[in-house]
Structures are given as C-alpha cells and as structure tokens.
Design a protein around this ligand. Structure first.
Ligand code: BG6
Length: 487
C-alpha cells in the first residue's frame, strides 16, 4: 500500500473547550516532546472567543504547567512557536475562510472537530465552500456521532459529502488506550488463548466501566444522552468487539473493522422482555464517594430527570463462537471506585478428582484485564498450597500477573494520553483505530433497539446512592443466570 503523506498542520475547532484543554493540546505537546511532530507542523487553534494569539498561547502555557507531568521549557519554546489562534465562527463560509491565511503554504491539514456534533455538517459545508477541504485534508470527529441511528446518518451524510470515508477519522478515545490495543496482542500474538476463546470453554464475559466522578457541569449534554448513549454505544461496544471479533487477516484498517462490524451485527436485538429481565437503568442520589459527600444527579441538574447515569445489561452475540455466552456490561457514574475491566470467566473443570473438602476450593479460571486505573492482566490459575496435611490437597486460586507499568518501567513508562496515539495515526492517515461509518451505524441500530425496548416497557431509572454499585436490580440481573459481578 502506498504510504499516505504526513499531515502538515492541524486545525482545532473548539480550541478553548474542555476536550482541547484537557486532552488535545497536551497530547500535541507530548507528541512534540517525543519528536513525533515534523518540522514546520503547525497547530491552528480556533474558537469564537475573541482572544489574541499571545493570550491563547499564555493560556496553553498555564494549562501545561499545571499538569502533573510538568513542562519542559525547551519543548515549550518549540511547541509554542507552532501555535496560532484564529477567532471565528467556523460554521459560516466566511468564518471558515478566515482560517485560510493561517493555513497558507499548508496543503495537508487535519481538521479536528472538538465541538457539538450538531455543527459537524455545517462546518464541513463551510470548509468545502472556503476551499480548505482539499483532497489531502482529513477530518476528525469526536463522539457522539448523533443521538440515534437517524441523526448519526445525517451527520455521516453531511460529512461524507465533503470528505471520502478514508479521510474521515471517527474517534473513540478508548481505542487509543494501550490496554485496549494490547487486547489484540493478547488474543492474536499468543497461541494458547485463541483455541479456548469460544463457548466451549468460556462461561461468560463481564465488562465494567465504573467512574467515581458525577456528571457535574456536563449535565446539559449528558441529560440528552445518558449512560447508554454516552458510554455503551461507543466505548463499551468497542471493548466487546475486541473481545468477540474473529481474527482479522492483518492489521489493515478494513480487515480489523470488517470483523468488528460482524460482531455488532450479530448482537441479538433487545425486546421488551429483555428490557425488564436483562437490563437495569439507574440514577444516582446523594451519597458518599471515596469519603466525600456527593450530591444527587437531580441536584446537579436542578430538576427531576428521566436520564440514566447507570446501566447494566446482558448482551448476547448470536454467532457460532459465542452462542450461549452472555456478555454482562455495566457502567455508571458515582460508583465506589474507578475501574475499567474486562473479565473472561472460563467454565469450571468438568470433573473434580479432589476430595469434597478440596473441591470446595476449586475455582474456575478467569482472565482479568484491567484497563484503568492500573494496567494489569491477570490469569487466575488453581495451585496447590504448600503443605503436607493428610486431609486432601489444599487448592488455591492464584494470579499469574502482568503489570504493564511495572514491566515497562523507565523513561518510556509515562502513561500516554489516549489521544496522543490517535492524533499520530491521523497524521499518518492510518484508520485502524478509528470507527468506520457502517460500524457506528451498526452500534446505533442495536442501541436504538435497547432504547426503544426501554420505552415500550416503561423502564425508568431506579435510584442508587452515590458510592454504591448501582441499583439492586443490577445484582439480580446477573444472579438470574447464577453468576455474580466480580467486585
Ligand atoms: C467520555 C464520556 O467519552 O468518556 C464521559 O463522555 C466519560 O462521560 C469518559 O467520563 C470516560 O473516559 P475515561 O478515559 O476517563 O475512561
């Protein structure tokens, strides 16, 4: 395959917003620090705020200094020289045109849309009208791409009218996380998992994304979406795809994405009965998280709301490999701890040769992949505890543990922001870790089915105290199949 030419500039739309300040500008700085930004690469920040370039550069300096990693002034001198700021309303053709002088001499810009998805279509039209959307430019879109299948299609059509699919980069920042990519290595760079990776050996899979933070100031966005659309439609279904997909032939973007789409299309549609029996919606009330009092969602919101801040559900994949293996997904805000984890629970041994007392200690094998806050992989194996007692062999489940941070200690051990990897891939035109249009639409189709089933069943969010593991129904949901959450 011909090498795609490296991008020579990036335009950040929404440069004064939260995502740019917390993730994008620091990621670009760290890429520069590690020598990944080519000479002359330019960063054009744009937003409506009437700021001068100097004032914007000062703001970026301050936000980088405030980060725990600290700032290297020599890198800053290089990075700040790349920065430019243009105050404009990019949704009007004139607004987009006012970026043109800042891009003079740059022919392969990346346009990063870090603002409301309702503006994506209009910005693309404006980019085309102003002549900035050239054949060599690329566009990056943040989630959420729509609120359902219909609105995501509208966005995809509007953006697709200006940019070809291979120049559209739909970001799901989970795909930039080391441990998520490591799932591919774990599954396909080892011989022994793959033959066991199916319904003959695996009992079920649990995927948990627990957050201690609440919704806080983000409620105007969040209240429209809720946990199902904010977390499940994208991050959690992507994790499920990486666990469940067939081995792709290679790491080319379409090879990987074809396999993920097949998984999404094999998800069993949710019915009204599933809404009641296989899903739970929750909303946090006041409580205590990590020793600190936390207000109720409705207090943050300022009024009553029917939006869920917690969801747990059972998903089934109707294909040969996964028939009969439930995937239990659970995510929520204001839970007792921050934890993103995938657990693959293997079946118990078919027959115990150990006496009754030892058999009680026999635990089925489990592979636990921790993505956050620690990056760890543990394989729980049964062992004999040392000793010479006559009452039968004492058995104990012990972890074979691989801590990525411990293993890769040293100067390269800084945990990268997921966006660093993704921005570098956009610069190189590599779409493997980005979501293709049919993939995002397949995910929405299934999520719309869940939302419709909830509506039909009249399933309102159940209250749970901040600092708890969600409504009691979440426990009943998994216990109905004689399994339990691995807390
Ligand atoms: C975002 C969601 O996509 O992911 C947020 O909109 C959520 O609600 C965040 O808090 C979680 O990301 P991470 O990387 O902190 O797990």
């Amino acid at each position: 395959m011909a090498e795609t030419p490296l991008a020579d500039a990036i335009v950040l739309f929404g440069a004064t917003g939260d995502l740019s300040r917390r993730m994008l500008l620091p990621s670009l700085y760290f890429l520069d620090a590690d020598g990944f930004l080519p000479e002359g690469f330019k960063v054009v920040a744009t937003a409506r705020a009437a700021l001068t370039r100097e004032a914007f550069v000062d703001q970026v300096h301050e936000l980088l200094k405030a980060r725990p990693e600290g700032i290297d002034e020599a890198v800053w001198a290089r990075f700040s020289a790349r920065l430019d700021y243009v105050a404009c309303d990019a949704t009007s053709p004139d607004g987009a045109a006012c970026i043109r002088p800042a891009l003079k001499g740059f022919s392969r810009p990346i346009f990063f849309l870090a603002l409301s998805p309702s503006l994506y279509g209009r910005i693309c039209v404006a980019l085309a009208a102003s002549g900035l959307a050239t054949d060599e430019s690329r566009i990056v879109m943040e989630k959420p791409i729509g609120r359902d299948l219909e609105t995501s299609r509208e966005i995809n059509v509007a953006v697709g009218a200006v940019f070809d699919e291979d120049r559209i980069f739909r970001i799901d920042h989970y795909l930039g996380k080391e441990t998520v990519q490591n799932l591919i290595a774990l599954r396909f760079a080892n011989t022994f998992f793959e033959p066991l990776w199916n319904n003959l050996t695996i009992d079920h899979v649990q995927i948990t994304v627990a957050e201690t933070e609440g919704v806080g100031e983000r409620w105007p966005y969040y209240d429209e979406y809720g946990a199902l659309r904010d977390m499940l439609q994208n991050h959690m279904l992507q994790l499920l795809c990486f666990v469940a997909m067939e081995p792709p032939a290679d790491m080319e973007a379409d090879s990987v994405r074809n396999e993920k789409v097949k998984v999404l299309r094999s998800l069993r549609p949710f019915t009204r009965a599933d809404a009641q029996g296989s899903s739970v919606r929750g909303q946090y009330t006041k409580g205590v998280v990590a020793g600190r009092e936390a207000p109720a969602y409705e207090t943050e919101r300022g009024q009553a709301s029917g939006t869920e801040t917690f969801v747990a559900l059972r998903a089934d994949i109707d294909n040969w490999r996964w028939a009969g293996v439930p995937f239990f997904l659970r995510t929520g805000k204001r839970l007792p701890e921050r934890r993103t984890q995938i657990a693959i629970q293997f079946k118990p041994v078919p027959h115990s040769i150990f006496g009754p007392a030892s058999t009680e200690d026999l635990v089925a094998n489990r592979l636990v992949i921790d993505l956050q806050p620690d990056e760890d992989i543990e394989l729980l194996l049964m062992n004999k505890s040392p000793g010479i007692s006559q009452g039968g062999m004492r058995l104990q489940s012990l972890p074979l543990s691989l801590s990525l941070l411990r293993t890769y200690e040293g100067p390269g051990a800084r945990r990268r922001i997921a966006y660093e990897r993704l921005l570098l891939d956009v610069m190189h035109g590599n779409n493997t870790l980005f979501v293709r249009r049919d993939e995002v639409e397949a995910a929405w189709r299934w999520i719309d089915g869940v939302a419709d089933a909830w509506k039909e069943a009249g399933l309102a969010p159940k209250p749970y105290a901040a600092g708890s593991w969600g409504p009691s129904g979440a426990f009943a949901l998994i216990e109905r199949s004689e399994r339990a959450w691995l807390d």
